[in-house]
Write a protein of this length. Structure first.
Ligand SMILES: [Zn+2]
Length: 220
């Protein structure tokens, strides 16, 4: 269970602030080991022999209603992977100080006795130019929604379902609860997983919706 506990820690909130310190480390609630960052919650039943000493008990924090079943669908991890691969990416170029203005972003023009500072025309005043070399492609999670049945999610959290599948060495997740405005619930190996949806303004759909919706297939 040590391995499970370490894994649970990766789901905890990392930003410590007053009032939410309790989600910064795993805790127990009604016999489950739980971890959350308020967007995703994972829990599993620890082995009987596992020593829970030092793990805070937060009984009642994780409400039973989160897990009330309203559907039953399998989703293959390959379908989740495919959806994640469709998230738009933005290439980040390698940047160097602009040679023209030596990184200052400004150039000085001289004409006779007149001197005038202006934005550098080579870097548009940024002080940096691209070498043309792509350092990394960064997924633009907020440019799309991942739709699973009735819920719309940030792909960053849907990706964690893949992590749990790998940890549990299973190739599908089971969707047990789906709701557009409330949480969805998944069973992944030994883990119960709660995902909170993103609030989607449906008017956006009618008026030139600029975010992509990537829908994941459900198996009946
Ligand atoms: Zn410049």
């Amino acid at each position: 269970m040590k391995r499970e506990l370490e894994f649970l820690k990766t789901f905890c909130e990392t930003f410590v602030q007053e009032g939410t310190e309790w989600i910064c480390s795993p805790f127990t609630d009604t016999g489950f080991l739980c971890a959350t960052d308020a967007h995703i919650l994972v829990r599993l039943k620890p082995d009987e022999s596992f020593d829970l000493y030092g793990i805070e008990n937060k009984a009642g924090k994780v409400k039973d209603e989160l897990f009330v079943q309203n559907c039953s669908h399998d989703i293959s991890v390959s379908d989740i992977r495919e959806a994640i691969s469709k998230i738009p990416v933005k290439d980040e170029d390698e940047m160097i100080d602009c040679p023209e203005c030596k990184g200052r972003g400004q150039v000085t023009w001289e004409y006779g006795r007149h001197r005038k500072s202006d934005d550098c025309p080579d870097c548009d005043g940024e002080g940096e130019v691209s070498t043309g070399k792509i350092l990394k492609s960064v997924k633009q999670y907020l440019d799309c929604y991942i739709k699973i049945k009735d819920g719309y999610f940030n792909g960053k959290y849907v990706e964690r379902l893949i992590d749990i599948c790998e940890f549990e060495q299973v190739d599908s997740v089971h969707l047990l609860k789906s709701n557009e405005f409330k949480n969805s619930c998944f069973k992944v190996g030994r883990f119960d997983v709660i995902l909170m949806p993103m609030v989607v303004n449906k008017n956006e759909f009618n008026t030139g919706f600029d975010k992509t919706v990537i829908e994941i297939n459900l198996q009946p």
